[in-house]
Write a protein that binds this ligand. Structure first.
Ligand code: NAD
Length: 475
């Protein structure tokens, strides 16, 4: 099949590579000339395991091409995917300018029946606006050609995107119930057939429900994380260990283990913006999503929890302190820095005068760009942030190590060597990677999320509810 993908980001590039790999002729179109030049010269603009090989293989086979020429990209294509960004607008709603620009571009060039596939995460009702933008351009050209807009939200996870695309748990497709919609449904079935062989994974529904499904999925996952973070903060106060609690509840098949890890908050390109966009959609319809309000504010507060622990240990003024940081990307397996908790935590340490020495296995280039943007009006703070190429070097003469991303390489480090390098053997762990008792044995002062601190047995009085403790002291 002849397919075009508009937008060569995490979603567009993975979709293009995987569709080409099963024999389709795929053209990738992007407005970013540097990105297209890089792709044409054999480079890959993002870090995604396995992607480089698939892109190279299919480019060499002539099934995958890259262009900034809309005429070449949009004509004589059976399906055109829109996979451009939908960042948060000022009010939190999804900014649809890139989606609608892509739709207009489609309308300016298509000549025959085309299935337009909305893969970007877009609010309910966007397909109708995309249809309108295409129809407007067709009318201006005086061209009468049939097309259908389907919603096909993407559920891939950065870091496991190839596996998720080629072995999806489900393929959600929203189609209209008219003649073009029926044709589009058949096209989508043919396109996804290679990924749908071992069992039926395609879930057909109406367009609005498909658009809603993506937001519902991300809102649910974000809710689970904020729920556990909220409980983690209580666990610390009542002397419980949130990791034991996680195992205790995750073993219930009605709950399951996924997305129950307490930590220093969720980030990334999807959860924060999609939760905000769904809340804004609700507001537009005069409805309030109170749970998501809480999910969002719990997450914002959670990004400060580690900072609060550091300030409680070192004081409000951190000038003169040096902190080594392991992990900058919002999660392992990606170089994506969008809304990464590291930006908040490191920003707060720098703001209090600290020096920060940071390391991440893949996201340092992106991180440098992100911090340069975050701190463009504070050059003195930016100058106190440095990056090193060896993970152990962050510890050299540092007052403490701060762990912000759960990369494999951080899970079982040489603690003796770490201890020897740190000025003080102190670790603040935002991902609960280590056992508090093991850290105590090694002689490391260890702070994590939702677990009793090593070496500091809590006094029974401290574990009383506030009112009861006050009453006890009063006696
Ligand atoms: P991205 O920012 O990595 O890439 C978007 C690309 O679109 C950029 O290369 C940009 O130059 C290009 N672009 C913008 N306007 C264009 C236009 N008019 N014509 C051609 N190209 C244009 O975005 P992403 O992370 O791939 O996300 C894309 C969409 O998929 C978003 O709606 C996102 O919410 C959704 N999504 C993302 C993920 C993820 O893990 N990243 C997962 C599922 C869904």
């Amino acid at each position: 099949m002849n397919v075009t993908i508009i937008g060569c980001g995490y979603v567009g590039l993975v979709t293009a590579a995987c569709l080409a790999d099963v024999g389709n002729d795929v053209c990738c179109f992007d407005v970013d000339r540097d990105k297209i030049d890089l792709l044409e010269s054999g480079g890959i603009p993002i870090h995604e395991p396995g992607l480089h090989e698939i892109v190279a293989r299919n480019k060499a086979a002539g099934r995958l091409s890259f262009t900034t020429d809309p005429h070449r990209a949009m004509t004589q294509r059976e399906a055109i995917f829109i996979a451009v960004g939908t960042p948060s607008g000022e009010d939190g709603s999804a900014d649809l300018q890139y989606v609608l620009a892509a739709a207009s571009e489609i309308g300016r060039y298509i000549e025959g029946f085309t299935v337009v596939v909305d893969k970007s995460t877009v609010p309910v009702g966007t397909a109708r606006r995309v249809r309108g933008a295409i129809a407007e351009q067709l009318a201006q050209r005086g061209v009468d050609c049939m097309f259908s807009v389907v919603s096909n939200p993407e559920f891939l996870k950065e870091g496991a995107a190839i596996e998720d695309f080629t072995r999806p748990e489900r393929i959600v497709v929203g189609c209209d119930e008219d003649v073009p919609g029926e044709r589009a449904r058949e096209t989508m079935k043919r396109l996804y057939a290679p990924f749908n062989r071992n069992r039926e994974r395609m879930l057909f529904m109406d367009v609005r429900s498909a658009e809603f499904t993506k937001y519902a999925a991300n809102a649910m996952l974000a809710t689970r994380i904020s729920f556990m973070n909220e409980l983690a903060n209580l666990a610390e106060r009542v002397g419980a260990d949130i990791e034991s609690v996680r195992r205790g509840i995750g073993s219930d098949p009605r709950i399951g283990y996924h997305f129950l890890y307490a930590g220093c908050g969720y980030g990334g390109s999807c959860f924060p913006k999609d939760v905000r966009a769904l809340m804004q959609t609700a507001q537009d319809y005069g409805h309030s999503l109170r749970i998501l309000d809480a999910v969002s504010s719990v997450n914002a507060a959670q990004k400060q929890v580690l900072v609060n622990k550091i300030v409680a240990r070192f004081g409000e003024d951190l000038s003169g302190c040096v902190f080594g940081v392991w992990g900058l990307a919002f999660k392992p397996g990606t170089d994506d820095m969008r809304e990464a908790p590291s930006r908040v935590v490191i920003g707060a340490l720098l703001e209090r005068g600290a020096r920060v020495v940071a390391y991440d296995p893949v996201s340092m280039k992106e991180a440098k760009r992100a911090f340069a943007a975050d701190l463009r009006s504070e050059p003195a703070a930016l100058a106190r942030l440095t990056f090193v190429e060896d993970q152990m070097d962050v510890a050299a003469a540092a007052d403490a190590l701060v762990v912000l991303t759960e990369w494999k390489a951080f899970k079982s480090p040489d603690f003796d060597s770490l201890k020897a390098r740190l000025k003080q053997p102190i670790v603040f762990d935002g991902r609960n990677l280590y056992e508090p008792s093991a850290m105590e044995e090694i002689g490391i002062e260890y702070y994590s999320i939702g677990r009793p601190r090593s070496g500091a047995p809590l006094h029974e009085e401290a574990l009383q509810p506030r009112g009861a403790a006050v009453a006890a002291y009063g006696r």
